[in-house]
Design a protein around this ligand. Structure first.
Ligand code: PLP
Length: 453
């Protein structure tokens, strides 16, 4: 019988995360203080993030130990399976070998707990009692609620009001894990009250929720910190546990990927699967294609500019060097909520600028079609975000078939979609729309960035 799943024992779980900064030919540019245009200091970040996370954010060390306490909690769902997608291969009639890493088996149903657990741990070690964060679609809020609970820390999640109303099950997962989930804008913060004064029915935004969460944290520097689920260097670092496992599992399968694919919101699951394989390119002269896949409706990697920009809509964060559509860019309301972010993390942006990774964009009808083919052939209903990676795996497999080639393709299944079935409902009813911004719209929101520096 042909092996379907390549599983590691707990004792084979990686004990270190990989920091790609050590091997990058051009290091990422530093975040800047918007007022002085000087690099942000450790002290400036200290009221917002736990000290150890700031150290990791700035680290150039190649490998960083995963604390034993974190490994123990990873053990609830890790190591995750690497699966050969025989069913999908057959459905496509391709000669390509397709593998996927299944990150949907975690407590939150996505890769996000890989960073939520160490973030909660380092805060706990520092004596922090309360965490604040924001969540859009609800995946990150769920992950940090679970993780903080493991260390007896309580969490306030500011959830964008539209999602709060539309996604009661995500909110209930957070409540089940013991977190408080608030509909943002709230009356608890100055940012929230200001938004409500202008429009009492304000439906909220991720930018506003970030402002509320940061404001709440900095008011209580003695025992409260903020945390973030993507974009930042330390978040990408924690996710490399995915690719480190996958390297060992691909060896078990006696295969090596020619193409590694991840969907792209802020860059964390893409980095997680991609960076350990990129290490082989950077240090062993391999030529693995590492491909990021974004929605056509939010195309910062394929159509954005490389510029310093704010991480949030309100202009609260430091200026970050990134591929961006501009922080005023309003992504259309697509179902892959986790991919609706205007910018890309600084490490990934630098790698793209240097031609070391590739990017493709896909419209949502193609992604949902891919998700349904995958569900039928492999038995897992993927998250709308993850269907972007599947769509490009399919594109590459079909292209290989035409060219008479048989590449090995590996993609990351970042999560399952069983709490996001509304996207499938719309697709099956034929009422899902494709959106892409026109050039003028992108030019308008990116040209405003010239004034920031
Ligand atoms: C949050 C999320 C993403 C996008 O975030 P990245 O940081 O780019 O990985 C992708 N897939 C799922 C399932 C998510 O929850």
């Amino acid at each position: 019988m042909k092996t379907k799943k390549f599983t590691l024992s707990e004792s084979q779980m990686p004990t270190q995360w990989y920091n790609i900064v050590a091997d990058m030919p051009n290091k990422p540019l530093p975040p800047l203080d918007p007022a002085t245009h000087k690099p942000v200091t450790f002290e400036q970040m200290q009221t917002i993030f736990a000290d150890e996370l700031i150290r990791q954010e700035m680290s150039t060390e190649r490998f960083i130990d995963i604390p034993e306490e974190v490994q123990k909690i990873y053990g609830i769902w890790r190591p995750t399976p690497l699966v050969r997608a025989y069913g999908l291969e057959k459905a496509l009639g391709t000669t390509a070998k397709i593998f996927f890493k299944n990150e949907s088996v975690s407590p939150a149903g996505s890769h996000k707990p890989n960073t939520a657990v160490p973030q909660a741990y380092y805060n706990y070690k520092q004596g922090i009692k309360h965490l604040t964060t924001e969540t859009g679609a609800g995946q990150w809020g769920t992950a940090i609620s679970f993780a903080a609970q493991q260390f007896g820390i309580d969490v306030k999640v500011f959830m964008v009001r539209v999602s709060y109303d539309q996604k009661p099950y995500r909110r209930l997962m957070m409540n089940t894990f013991g977190a408080e989930c608030l509909s943002s804008p709230t009356t608890l913060t100055a940012s929230g009250r200001a938004a409500l004064a202008i429009d009492p029915n304000c439906s909220g935004s991720l930018g506003l929720a970030i402002s509320e969460a940061v404001e709440t944290a900095v008011q209580h520097p003695e025992d409260t910190r903020y945390c973030l689920g993507s974009v930042l260097n330390h978040v990408l670092l924690h996710q490399t546990v995915i690719g480190e496992e996958a390297i060992t599992q691909m060896e078990m399968a006696d295969a090596e990927p020619d193409i590694v694919i991840g969907c792209f919101g802020g860059g964390s699951n893409f980095a997680g699967i991609g960076f350990p394989f990129l290490r082989k390119n950077l240090t062993e002269g391999k030529r693995i294609r590492v491909v990021a896949v974004e929605p056509a409706s939010c195309p910062k990697l394929t159509r954005g500019v490389f510029q310093y920009d704010f991480g949030d809509v309100a202009g609260f964060t430091p200026l970050l060097p990134m591929y961006t559509l501009g922080h005023d860019f309003q992504p259309s309301d697509i179902h892959a909520g986790g991919l609706r972010y205007h910018g890309a993390g600084s490490i990934v942006s630098q790698l793209l600028k240097d031609g070391l990774i590739e990017a493709q964009s896909v419209a949502q009808n193609e992604t949902l079609a891919a998700g349904i083919l995958f569900a039928k052939s492999e038995g897992i209903i993927p998250a709308p975000e993850s269907t972007h990676a599947i769509a490009v795996a399919i594109r590459e497999a079909l292209r290989a078939k035409e060219a008479g080639q048989s590449p090995t393709i590996l993609f990351n299944l970042s999560g399952h979609g069983i709490i996001d079935l509304y996207a499938y409902e719309q697709y099956l009813a034929g009422s899902l729309k494709d959106y892409a911004p026109d050039d003028d719209e992108i030019a308008r929101t990116t040209s405003m960035l010239q004034n920031l520096l």
